[in-house]
Write a new protein. Structure first.
Length: 258
C-alpha cells in the first residue's frame, strides 16, 4: 500500500482596515420635542339655520356646499298667511286710530260745555277716559303690526354668518317650524383644527408643577404648530390661537386664519 502526500499552500487574507469612528463633542442643550398628529377641521362657527315661523317651504335659494354671505336668503316659506295677518293688523290699527280721532273730538267739545256747566262733569271724565283707552289700543295695534311685519320677514330664512352652506335636511313642500333645522353654515375663516393627543403627551403638558416646566394647558399659545395639508404642503398661515381641552377627550384645538 502506497500513500501519496499533497502539499496545499493557504494564503492568509489581509486583515480589514480599522473602522472609522466619528467623534463629536458632548454638548448640553435644549432639544425641541416634535410630534405629529392627524387633525380634523371644523368650522369656527357652525350656525344651525332654523326658521322662526311655521309654514310650507316653497323655495331653496342656495346651492349645497356653496359659500354664502351673511344675510343671504337660503329658504323661503309661503308668505301668504303672514301677509294676510299683516293686512288684518293694519286694518285693526286704522279702526283704532279712527276711534282716537273721534274720542279726541268729543273731549275737545266737552271741555267748554263742562266749564259752562252745560253738561255734567262726569260726561267729560268719561270721554277723557275713552280717549286714553283708544290711544292705548292704538299702541297695542301698532305693536301687532310690527310683529306681523317681523313674521312676514321671517318667511325669508337667511344665513347668520359668512361661510359654507351645508346639506339641506328638508325638501320643498315640507311643513317646517322653529324646531326644524334646515341646514347649517360653517364659518371657515378662521377655521378650527382638532387633533387627539395621547395620555402620556397630555400628562407631560399638564406637568407644570415641576421645576423649569411650563403648564402647557394654560399656556397653549406658546406651542409652535404647523399644519400640513393633505397634499403634503404646509398651510400658508400658522395656527394663531391654541387651547388644550382637558378631561377624557384630551384634544388640542388650533385656530387657523386664511
Amino acid at each position: 500500500m502506497y500513500w501519496a502526500a499533497t502539499t496545499v499552500r493557504v494564503r492568509a487574507s489581509a486583515p480589514p482596515p480599522p473602522p472609522v469612528v466619528e467623534v463629536a463633542p458632548v454638548v448640553q442643550r435644549t432639544v425641541p420635542v416634535i410630534g405629529e398628529w392627524v387633525g380634523t377641521t371644523e368650522g369656527y362657527v357652525n350656525a344651525q339655520i332654523q326658521p322662526q315661523v311655521s309654514g310650507y317651504l316653497i323655495r331653496q335659494d342656495y346651492r349645497e356646499g356653496a359659500y354664502v354671505k351673511k344675510g343671504r336668503v337660503l329658504f323661503e316659506i309661503d308668505p301668504r298667511p303672514f301677509q294676510a295677518a299683516l293686512d288684518q293688523a293694519k286694518g285693526q290699527l286704522a279702526q283704532e286710530e279712527a276711534q282716537v280721532a273721534n274720542a279726541d273730538l268729543n273731549v275737545k267739545r266737552d271741555i267748554p260745555e263742562a266749564e259752562a256747566h252745560a253738561i255734567p262733569q262726569g260726561q267729560l271724565d268719561t270721554d277723557t277716559q275713552s280717549l286714553r283707552g283708544a290711544k292705548a289700543a292704538v299702541e297695542a295695534d301698532q305693536a301687532a303690526v310690527e310683529q306681523a311685519q317681523l313674521n312676514l320677514g321671517y318667511t325669508r330664512v337667511v344665513s347668520l354668518v359668512d361661510g359654507i352652506a351645508g346639506i339641506t335636511t328638508v325638501q320643498v313642500g315640507n311643513l317646517v317650524g322653529p324646531s326644524a333645522v334646515l341646514t347649517s353654515v360653517s364659518q371657515v375663516n378662521p377655521i378650527k383644527v382638532y387633533f387627539p393627543i395621547s395620555e402620556q403627551e397630555y400628562l407631560r403638558m399638564a406637568d407644570g408643577g415641576a421645576q423649569h416646566n411650563v403648564d402647557w394647558l394654560t399656556h397653549a399659545s406658546r406651542i409652535q404648530l404647523q399644519m400640513i395639508l393633505a397634499d403634503g404642503g404646509a398651510a400658508q398661515r400658522t395656527p394663531s390661537t391654541r387651547a388644550a381641552l382637558p378631561g377624557s377627550r384630551r384634544r388640542m384645538a388650533a385656530v387657523v386664519a386664511k
